[in-house]
Design a binder for this molecule. Sequence first.
Ligand SMILES: Cc1cc2nc3c(=O)[nH]c(=O)nc-3n(C[C@H](O)[C@H](O)[C@H](O)COP(=O)(O)OP(=O)(O)OC[C@H]3O[C@@H](n4cnc5c(N)ncnc54)[C@H](O)[C@@H]3O)c2cc1C
Length: 425
Amino acid sequence: MDNPDIRSKGPSRYDVVVIGGGPAGLFLALLAGRSAHSVLLLEKKPSCGKKLLLSGSGQCNLTHEGPVQEFIPRYGSHGSFLRPALMTWTNQDLVAFFMDHGLAMATDPGGKIFPATRKARDILDILLSECRSAGVRIHCDEPVMSVGVVEGGFLARTARGEYCAGNLVIATGGASYPATGSTGDGFDMARKLGHRVEETAPALTPVYIDGFAFSGLSGISFEMLPIRLFRAGKKVREHTGDVLITHAGLSGPGVLDLSRYIVAGDILEISFLPGMDAAALDRHITGMARVHGNRLVRTCLVETGLPDRFLKAVLALSGVPGDLPAARLPKTARQAIVSHLTACRFTVGRLGGYGEAMVTRGGVSLKEVNPKTLESKLHQNLYFLGEVLDIDGDTGGFNLQAAFSTAYLASLNIREHLQKSLLPS
Ligand SMILES: Cc1cc2nc3c(=O)[nH]c(=O)nc-3n(C[C@H](O)[C@H](O)[C@H](O)COP(=O)(O)OP(=O)(O)OC[C@H]3O[C@@H](n4cnc5c(N)ncnc54)[C@H](O)[C@@H]3O)c2cc1C
């Protein structure tokens, strides 16, 4: 909401001051504003929702279909913290909210839910218009530089002024895609207010592979491949998902989701032929060589359905010339092909940084925030929402759902507090 008309001076004291105009902050602000309280939202960038506009490649994967209870494991070991928020404001509630505002939704075959227009802008416009209707004051281009506790509430300082807040909501997001305004400021604010911040790192981020042999295949993707993660020789995790080959490593939802558990030096073992083990593939190749010995090795592998460019690269890696007939394939080369296709091993050089990570792992410690209210356990009337918390979800709409659900639950508590404070004592 960049309309200067709504930037009236207003009182310097607000019932609610929200720091951060992403989905969590905007949703909380409009809900609090609807209860006729004075609400100010301070946004660092010249306009709100910059990251929201990038979400889902600009199409905004808002949430996911299915029972909301099944969302919990999609946030790793921290999912149980979100249970009260998700159960109070479910994926169905979120979809219904936008549909009630005239925006139809569409579900893709994998269960991801998007606005039917496939425009993140439409989601943002509804949030801004509802903030406007609810009388929320939005000050863009006004980063909060510091926060502190004062008598009767909190003080948020910007270069333009000081704002006293009965309730302070920190919804500054994580530290990924810093150009969108999310640069980790909320972590410093939380520390300043005495909160512990769990170590942060990029998550939902691509993986760079040492000596990557498939760099010429950048852009090729594979559906639902089993990916096994090994550390110091031991399998530590297993995941199945889509994989995308990049110029220097691996990405795609399967790898991104696993990235929160990966560290440099780990080994990723991928089977490019889900459902076919090494022995079955070995039998297939030897069988083809016996029956169709004059066929090229490459032709014998066409039935696997793998892209031709990829098969050529695997044969080259296995030391097999493109014109080699199947009958002349040496055993060692056959074994190399089998191993590349059923258990291809990649050594992780590094993970993508904040500039390319979709979310941030770590954040405000969940131990000091009440999951039933999102209120700080250290300061009454202080709230943390969305990605600033030590929560990160899988790809598929789980991060936006967390932002909206935490905002909704906090808004209920803020409303209750404010109503109580209005009652005659
Ligand atoms: C490329 C990309 C694609 C994504 N796609 C999806 C998707 O399709 N589905 C999904 O579920 N998730 C997606 N995500 C993740 C999702 O966008 C975030 O998890 C979500 O936006 C977090 O919401 P938030 O409100 O907590 O924080 P943010 O959206 O990060 O908003 C925080 C806001 O706070 C402001 N701010 C920060 N510091 C200050 C300060 N000092 N003073 C004032 N304001 C401040 C920032 O400018 C920003 O506007 C994607 C992320 C990226 C980067």
